[in-house]
Design a protein around this ligand. Structure first.
Ligand code: ATP
Ligand code: MG
Length: 384
């Protein structure tokens, strides 16, 4: 019996270089990437710095994008991404991604794009009004190319990315049924911990986001973390420690859910065994916000300490970090190139590589010439 062909397991995910990475990125995706890397179950792993996508709403601010490519790379490496196991690459340097963005545009309707809930809320947040850049509206199509051109099977991301993965799946399906089966339909991998799927900002807004300035960055020093936590939004009805408090929709507790372990309680808040106990006490009344915030500071600084010190080391040799990106980008180019060959063949746009096509066209012309000749001979005979 013929051995079943195994599909390579490929992980791909990425970030926009619009700022340094924050703790929302960490719990939403980065922490998972490091775990997946260390488990070693994937045949190939890719992380993309989405500079082209960042430019879709930053065309007038190229310095921001240019400067943050290296910042995001430093954050990856500091958080434990190992470039010998994971290919880190820069989106703009893979031409095939833009070639297929263009082809995929033929497979998506404008109304489908306008229905994308993440794009809708991002448009409202950026206040584009009537002047929406076409590139911004269509970035989910370009993101589909990023995912599909690497044969991706799993995309570990936060909840805001679910509509993008859905769109990529639809495009893969549409391409395969319109032309020939080439693209795999990717699956989203959301954090198991619900609080980590969309970490709110320190201001209590629905999402911690680089573009909203409500972030705790992975590279913030201890004093900055403490300052940001101490001025965080909490439960507005919890005015005095003895008041009963709410833990739901309270960002301090949401952060603790995403970060605090029982070991953190044993080390920094031994009055309680775990978060359930602390929550019950806070809801009952008798626990002040300052105490909970101080615990959160200790937890976050404990998580961020090793990341900050690794970054400090890496910052001493920036050229090496650029070299890692350059080498990763070369590897990514090879993979995208190979998938593009198959996809172009499926679409019949591989004119120069398709020898059968050249033969077929030659035969058709030979036949046409023969017929032309026969016809001319027939006409000549008739004239006589
Ligand atoms: P921008 O505001 O420029 O879009 P961003 O902060 O939303 O930046 P992205 O680069 O768009 O960050 O997102 C990168 C990854 O991090 C995605 O997988 C996204 O789902 C995840 N992510 C971003 N913000 C959060 C958050 N607050 N909670 C959980 N995951 C998040
Ligand atoms: Mg975003």
């Amino acid at each position: 019996m013929e051995e079943e062909k195994k599909i390579p397991q490929v992980m791909l995910t990425g970030d926009r270089p619009t700022g340094r990475l924050h703790i929302g990125h960490y719990v939403g995706s980065l922490r998972r990437r490091v775990e997946l890397q260390n488990e070693g179950k994937f045949d190939e792993m890719y992380i993309m710095i989405a500079d082209t996508q960042a430019l879709t709403d930053n065309a007038g601010n190229i310095q921001k994008v240019e400067n943050n490519v290296i910042e995001v790379a430093l954050d990856y490496l500091s958080a434990g991404i190992d470039p010998s196991k994971v290919t880190i690459f820069v989106q703009s340097r893979i031409p095939e991604l833009f070639e297929f963005t263009c082809y995929f545009m033929d497979l998506v309707t404008l109304s489908r794009l306008e229905r994308n809930p993440t794009v809708k809320s991002e448009l409202a947040m950026r206040g584009f009004d009537e002047s929406i850049p076409v590139g911004f509206l269509t970035y989910p199509i370009s993101q589909a190319a990023d995912i599909l051109m690497f044969g991706t099977t799993i995309v570990p991301v936060g909840e805001d990315q679910a509509p993008m993965i859905e769109q990529a799946t639809e495009i893969a399906h549409k391409f395969n049924s319109t032309y020939k089966p080439v693209f795999l339909e990717p699956k989203i991998m959301l954090p198991e911990n619900e609080s980590a799927r969309r970490l709110p900002g320190t201001d209590g807004k629905a999402k911690m986001s680089k573009s909203l300035g409500n972030c705790i960055y992975l590279s913030d020093d201890e004093a900055t973390v403490n300052k940001k936590v101490m001025s965080m939004f909490t439960d507005p009805t919890h005015l005095r420690p003895e008041d009963p408090g709410h833990t739901k929709d309270n960002p301090v507790f949401i952060y603790l859910e995403a970060f605090a372990t029982d070991d953190h309680f044993a080390r920094f808040y031994p009055e309680f065994k775990n978060l359930d106990e602390l929550k019950a006490a806070y809801e009952h009344g008798g626990i002040g916000d300052v105490k909970v915030k101080k615990f959160l500071c200790a937890v976050l600084n404990d998580v961020l300490d090793p990341i900050r010190s690794k970054r400090h080391e890496l910052e001493k040799d920036i050229a090496s970090v650029y070299r890692i990106l350059e080498e990763g980008t070369k590897r990514a180019q090879e993979k995208a190139h190979y998938i593009a060959l198959r996809a172009r063949r499926a679409m019949g746009v591989d004119y120069f590589e398709n020898h059968k096509l050249i033969e077929k066209q030659q035969k058709a012309y030979n036949k046409a010439h023969e017929q032309e000749k026969a016809y001319a001979e027939y006409l000549a005979k008739q004239k006589k």
